[in-house]
Ligand binder design. Structure first.
Ligand code: PHE
Length: 324
């Protein structure tokens, strides 16, 4: 009889699903009217010589049930804890949820690279205003009234005297007015012209260069540009100067670079600083000489990254920009 009760208790208690059913089982077995109490009461009906044995069996049953209950209780508590931890568990070895960060625009990359190259050669980076007056943008650069760059149809004027600068060359003037020679500067920035097609934007980026010292010659200019071309395009890059004209340089050159697979590409205008320009900033042209150049940074980015249509640079299409 005791064996049957034990087996029954063991089955029931071990399969109790939660604390509530476990508690019901405690009442069923150990409660005032529970099975164990009922058995205790029956002791009177047991013949005296068997009572001791009987009592012991009931007590054993009682402790057996108590043990079962407390073991099952522990199990249920463990399970509850485990479920809670499972819910709270975080895999700390997973990479964090990173916010996507952007990157520099291809023109900005080239801009930074140009700065690094010239800074490493001892040049200083200076800035100038994008809204210029006609004196800095034209007159001081020996650019007379009749020059087509001064035409309303080629420039953006605010008034007779103010316009969006059409090149970075006015920074040459601002620099020479502010500093004494010798000097070496570059000046990257935005410039504005009334152009818009596959190879021209109304807003584009130039980097001006100006080097002033005693006894500066075309040789210095050519070496500087060759060194620059090798650094930005690679060792195979070659440079050629073609005669050209700018009012503020004499002689003047168009400068091409040779790139394997592309041939000759025009990337900048350059020349020896015109004595008239030195005069307009109060430098003695007999004592000082120098070279200047102005390069198109958008053009350089297009060559460097193989971009066919300059307008891609301003479409703001991330599918395009993500490639660079
Ligand atoms: N300012 C000229 C241009 O925009 C480029 C240039 C700069 C040429 C310096 C000679 C010297 O076309």
């Amino acid at each position: 009889m005791f064996e049957d009760i034990r087996r029954e208790a063991e089955n029931e208690i071990n399969s109790a699903k939660d604390m509530k059913s476990l508690n019901d089982l405690r009442v069923k077995y150990l409660g005032k009217k529970g099975i164990v109490s009922q058995l205790m009461k029956k002791i009177k009906e047991i013949p005296p010589q068997e009572r001791k044995e009987y009592g012991k069996s009931v007590n054993d049953l009682k402790s057996f049930v108590e043990k079962l209950l407390s073991e099952r209780r522990e199990q249920l508590e463990e399970e509850e804890k485990r479920k809670l931890y499972e819910r709270l568990w975080v895999d700390i070895t997973l990479p964090g949820a990173r916010r996507k960060v952007g990157h520099n625009h291809p023109v900005m990359k080239v801009w930074r690279e140009i700065e690094e190259i010239f800074v490493s050669m001892g040049y200083e980076v200076v800035e100038g205003p994008e809204i210029e007056d006609t004196w800095h943008n034209f007159d001081a650069l020996n650019t007379p009234e009749w020059h087509p760059a001064r035409d309303e149809h080629d420039s953006f004027y605010f008034s007779d005297k103010l316009l969006l600068r059409t090149h970075t060359s006015p920074v040459q003037i601002r620099t020479m007015l502010a500093k004494k020679p010798p000097l070496a500067i570059i000046s990257p920035g935005k410039v504005y012209r009334r152009d818009y097609d596959a190879t021209h934007l109304p807003v584009f980026h130039q980097c001006e260069g100006l080097y002033v010292d005693r006894n500066v010659s075309v040789t210095h200019l050519k070496f500087t540009l060759e060194e620059f071309a090798r650094r930005i395009f690679g060792e195979g890059a070659r440079v050629r100067l073609k005669p050209s004209f700018f009012p503020f340089t004499e002689p003047s050159f168009e400068v091409d670079v040779y790139l394997e697979g592309y041939g000759w590409l025009e990337i900048l205008g350059a020349g020896m600083v015109d004595p008239e320009v030195f005069k307009s900033v109060g430098y003695d042209p007999e004592e000082w000489s120098g070279f200047a150049f102005g390069m198109g940074m958008d053009r350089i980015a297009m060559i460097k990254y193989g971009i066919k249509d300059i307008r891609e640079l301003v479409r703001n299409d991330l599918r395009f920009l993500r490639n660079y």
